[in-house]
Design a protein around this ligand. Structure first.
Ligand SMILES: [Zn+2]
Length: 316
């Protein structure tokens, strides 16, 4: 994990790898300090605090949760006196995952399902045992504009894209944008809100004309990060529509979609969940994926890729 100065008084905390459990955090060192997203578990949150402590001596007064996913909010409890700001999401939009559920999954290395074992291994470096969920203490609807010792910080709700409620943090004078997970670098995005909303949000972000973008995961970037995200989402949406109209299942579609250069992003098997989401949107179904399906589908897709790779090696 490293600390990066992205502008005067604005910092990013970037983990060593891009993966769904390793999220970025931010710090605006003004007005008592504002931290953006708080990591997946207490050890990682503690490391983030140590890095931020190099530039901000006192505990931050405010926290922003960009969206209610565990990898971005389970360090909240390390800020007992901070005000935690978040978009007001409907109760049905709140993440259903509990720390004890993820700890059980993390410990399931002896499971008979190889997909569960793979997920357990990916969670091995985290520890969810001591997490007490700390809910936001102040909510906003569309927009909240803060003035921290003269530094303008705008919290802007961009709709249902990656989650039920995604917020970006914009510093207009510094031209810095913290995107939460609506932009990820080197990690396959996960659509759990909606394709249309997400693509519109990315267009809108381009109009903000940011110079530095701190994505939800992966290295700091410029607008090329937004362009790459748009390209992936537009491609998967288009391909999903094509296969949906041909009457295929989401799994059949996912197996036929050629990811090309996008296959190099971490967790490419998320493609299955994205296609499934697209199919639900196209069919007008609103319910979210059943949690158990979140392991089986991606695992089955990854298996088909392995099989194809092994087969083509064998044919050479
Ligand atoms: Zn994330």
């Amino acid at each position: 994990m490293k600390l990066e100065e992205v502008s005067d008084k604005v910092y990013a905390c970037i983990p060593d790898k891009a993966a769904s459990g390793h999220s970025n955090s931010g710090l605006v060192d003004a007005g008592g300090g504002l931290v953006i997203d708080t990591q997946f578990d207490l050890a990682h949150a503690q490391r983030m605090l140590e890095l931020f402590g190099r530039v901000e001596r006192t505990p931050p007064r405010r926290i922003v949760n960009t969206h209610p996913h565990p990898a971005h909010i389970w360090g909240n409890q390390l800020f007992p006196n901070a005000e935690i700001l978040a978009h007001r999401v409907a109760p049905d939009g709140v993440q259903a995952e509990r720390p004890e559920d993820l700890q059980r999954l993390r410990d399931a290395v002896d499971s008979s399902h190889p997909g569960v074992v793979a997920r357990a291994r990916a969670l091995e470096e985290f520890d969810f045992r001591w997490i007490v969920e700390k809910a936001p203490s102040m909510f906003f609807e569309e927009r909240l504009e803060l003035r921290l010792d003269g530094t303008e910080v705008h919290l802007i709700h961009v709709g249902r894209c990656h989650s039920q409620a995604d917020t970006v943090v914009h510093l207009p004078a510094e031209r810095v944008l913290f995107t939460g997970d609506i932009v990820c670098r080197d990690l396959t995005p996960l659509v759990a809100g909606g394709f249309d909303a997400w693509l519109s949000a990315l267009d809108w972000i381009l109009e903000l004309d940011p110079e530095v973008i701190v994505p939800g995961h992966g290295p700091v970037c410029g607008i090329e990060g937004v362009m790459d995200e748009k390209a992936y989402l537009a491609y998967v949406w288009l391909e999903s529509k094509r296969h949906f109209r041909a009457g295929r299942t989401a799994m059949e579609a996912a197996k036929r979609i050629d990811l090309g250069a996008f296959a190099a992003w971490a967790e490419p098997e998320r493609l299955y969940l994205n296609v499934e989401q697209a199919f639900r949107e196209l069919a007008g179904v609103k319910e979210a994926t059943h949690p158990s399906a979140a392991i089986q589908g991606p695992w089955e897709l990854a298996q088909s890729w392995n099989w194809r790779r092994t087969k083509s090696f064998g044919e050479r």
